[in-house]
Ligand binder design. Structure first.
Ligand code: FES
Length: 161
């Protein structure tokens, strides 16, 4: 059995196997999802807003609740795409604006450029660099520090459920 999900604002519809997670549907559409934690429900890089059909998704588990609890852009309709399984029809999802720090291959290359979109923290979703802001050397060293902290966090909490 498959269920259809709609992706906003790009307007694409995609089919997803019943009980598969939303992340598989996003990836099928070639959306650039960082999956910083590898789909373990520990980061914000697969954070999505459910515009319709929240009742057609599996209930939140403890880890998802805890992770969303620190995501600064979390709303009532937030879910983590890697944890929410599709069990019914009528789901429409939207991705938060911006790109996550973990989607940048080489931060050094950004020196002297303007951010093309908001650069977001991979755990909290907080805006680290605003769109259009000129990226300086000191900002790069902060971004690198953040990358290091994120890796440490994900390694440390691996055992916590
Ligand atoms: S990929 Fe990290 S929480 Fe979903």
């Amino acid at each position: 059995m498959v269920k259809k999900i709609k992706l906003d604002p790009i307007g694409t519809q995609t089919a997803i196997k019943t009980n598969d997670n939303l992340l598989s549907g996003l990836l099928k559409n070639d959306l650039n999802i960082a999956k910083e934690c590898g789909g373990r429900g520990m980061c914000s890089t697969c954070h999505i807003y459910v515009k319709e059909g929240m009742e057609s998704l599996s209930p939140m588990n403890r880890r998802e609740k805890r992770t969303l609890g620190v995501v600064t852009t979390c709303r009532m309709n937030s879910r983590l795409a890697c944890q929410a399984r599709v069990i019914g029809e009528g789901v429409t999802v939207e991705l938060p604006a911006g790109m996550y720090l973990s989607q940048i291959d080489d931060v050094e290359e950004l020196i002297g450029r303007r951010a093309q979109q908001n650069i977001l923290h991979p755990i909290s979703g907080k805006v680290l660099v605003e769109e259009n802001k000129l990226i300086t050397r000191s900002m790069i060293s902060q971004l690198k520090d953040t990358q290091g902290q994120v890796s440490k966090y994900l390694a440390q909490t691996d055992e916590i459920v």
